[in-house]
Structures are given as C-alpha cells and as structure tokens.
Design a protein around this ligand. Structure first.
Ligand code: UDP
Ligand code: MG
Length: 317
C-alpha cells in the first residue's frame, strides 16, 4: 500500500464526507493504493455515523472510535499503530488542510528521501490570537530541538516514512513536537513543504485559549529535559550538587580558619555564626547534598525503567 492517511477528529461531522470525497478523488487521479484511517476522538456529534456511512461505500476507509475524548496526540498514536502504507500522511479533519498536497508529500518521502516532511502554513487563516503565540512558540521549539529548518512544528499536515511512525510514541500533548520526537529516535532527514491553508469551514477550533500556550511550553521543557538528561540524571544533578557542596566546603574552611587565626594571634574572635559567609556555606552544603541525592535517586529510577535498553535498530544482516 502506498499511502495511509491518518485523520484525528473531534466533532467534525460536517466535514467528514466532503473530506473523504476529496481524498478519494486525489488518490484516484494519482493511482495510489491507500487507506484512510479516521480516529474519532470521543466526538459527541454524528461524526461516527458519518464514518460508518462512508466506510460502507468504500473499502479504503477504516475507523476507530474512542469512548471519550483523549486528545489529538492519543488519536494520532492509535492511528500510527494501525497504519500500513509506505507513507503515512496526517491531516486535520476540518478541511483547513488540502488533500491536493498529498502527491507532493508522497514524492518528497519516496523520491527525495525525507523521513518526515512537515507542512508549513505560510499564509494562515487563523485569528491573530493564534498566529502570534505560534510564531514565538516555533522560534523556541527550533532553538531547543535543534531542527532549524522548520517554521511550523504544529502543522496538522505531515508526511512520514512508515518506520518513523512505528518508532515514536506520541502522548499527552506531544503532537506539537513530533519532528523533535522523530529526531530523537534517529530520523534526521526532516524537511518542510509550504501548504495552503483555508479558514475553518465548519465548527470551531478545538484548541483555544492561553492554556494551550503555557502547556505547550511546559511540554517542550520536559521533552528537552528528558532528552538531555533523562538517561543520565547524575550527570546534571550530581555535577551541580558536587560543585555547590565544594564551594560551601571551601567557604566553611575559610570561616573556620579566620576564627582560628584570630584566636591564635590573640585578637577578638567573633562567633562564626555572626558571619554571613557561615550561612551561605551552610546553605550551599545542604543544597549540594540534596541535588546530589536527587541525581542518585534519578539514576536508580532510570536503571529500573523498562525502556532503558530500547535502542533504535535500523538494519540487521
Ligand atoms: N482534534 C482531536 N481531538 C481533540 C482536539 C482536536 O482529534 O481533542 C482534531 C480536530 O478534530 C481536528 C484537528 O485535531 O481534526 C485539529 O484541531 P483544530 O482544527 O481544532 O485545531 P486548529 O487548526 O484550530 O489548531
Ligand atoms: Mg484546524
């Protein structure tokens, strides 16, 4: 099979039939063998009925229905598990992404050798309250992930080589960082393609508000931290802890030595507790020990992790 189209959807009853007709048309015109996998993420409208209807008409349609709403990442993850096509294409169900782009995405993966191609909505038809935070967000994501050629991490339309989707785990709100997840799994040929974007035809956006923005940043931070230090917590915490402890220790030696010198030379020797350096030294030593312990406990936990020996094997002879 050439292509699997994975479509996560939450209350998109109006768009589903129209979207499928459009995809069907594009696939037929290009002679692709394909499947369309609809993941109904706990919709409360007639979305599932619409999917049933089109699956009766066409054997290329597959569907999965969550009992409740789990979020776009969960939907994508399940869709990825089911996908069988050599190229997996994800797109939103709301008709903001155009199926006409599918052939170009396919060729970039198959002929130009990309592992992942991300769409780039250069001209967006969303309100400013969405586009402005997105710009900021993408700049940060580029910096942290080290994928400098992507302008639009969160674009719903992306294409993947089949191995990529089978080897990444999208959970929580991580659908915003799939290129970063792919990079961490060792898929480094990541490209971008400018896509056309349309205003939402039916319904409203499912991702509104400031929450999206803050959660997005927190996820990015935890992902960064996990990939940087997740497997070697001792290297960060142990190092910081040791440095702090050392500084505190030297400081306490100086405080003690000053006191001794004063006593020996018969000068008036104030209490060590009246020196601010004493308290600084004390705090440094305590914090240093705690950081060190945090590193050590982290190390014990990662030693017990089920994934500790999961490596990405690309080939075997
Ligand atoms: N979506 C989903 N589960 C959710 C929220 C959204 O499957 O909990 C789907 C939604 O139906 C759409 C896609 O994710 O197909 C993108 O959502 P939306 O268009 O609302 O996001 P926007 O384009 O406004 O960023
Ligand atoms: Mg949309």
């Amino acid at each position: 099979m050439d292509i699997s189209v994975v479509i996560p959807l939450y209350n998109e009853e109006e768009s589903i039939p129209e979207l499928f007709e459009w995809i069907k048309h594009v696939m037929a015109a290009n002679h692709f063998t394909y499947e369309v996998i609809f993941i109904n993420d706990g919709s409360t409208d007639a979305s599932w009925k619409k999917i049933q209807e089109i699956s009766n008409q066409s054997s290329n349609v597959r569907g999965l229905k969550f009992r409740r709403n789990y979020g776009k990442s969960a939907a994508l993850y399940q869709g990825f598990k089911k996908a069988q096509g050599n190229v997996v294409i994800t797109m939103d169900a709301d008709l903001q992404d155009s199926p006409d782009e599918i052939p170009d995405f396919y060729h970039m993966i198959i002929e130009e050798g990309y592992d992942l191609v991300s769409g780039y909505k250069k001209k967006r038809y969303d309100p400013l309250s969405k586009t402005l935070p997105t710009k900021l967000f993408n700049a940060t994501a580029r910096k942290i992930s080290g994928i400098h050629n992507l302008h639009d991490f969160n674009c719903g339309m992306k294409a993947y080589r089949l191995q990529v989707v089978k080897n990444i785990e999208v959970y929580g709100e991580m659908h915003r960082y799939i290129p970063y997840l792919a990079k961490n799994a060792g898929f480094s040929r990541i490209g971008e393609k400018i896509v056309h974007h349309q205003p939402r035809k039916y319904g409203n956006t499912k991702f509104g508000g400031l929450n999206r923005f803050f959660n997005g940043y927190l996820d990015l931070l935890s992902l960064w931290f996990l990939t940087q230090f997740g497997f070697k917590p001792m290297h960060v915490f142990g190092f910081l802890g040791s440095v702090m402890f050392f500084i505190g220790f030297v400081a306490i030696l100086i405080v003690g030595a000053t006191k001794l010198m004063a006593i020996i030379s018969g000068l008036h020797a104030p209490l060590v507790t009246s020196s601010p350096y004493f308290y600084i030294a004390l705090t440094m030593m305590i914090l240093g020990t705690q950081l060190f312990m945090a590193g050590f406990i982290g190390e014990l936990i990662s030693r017990n992790s089920l994934n500790r020996n999961n490596y990405q094997v690309e080939d075997e002879i």
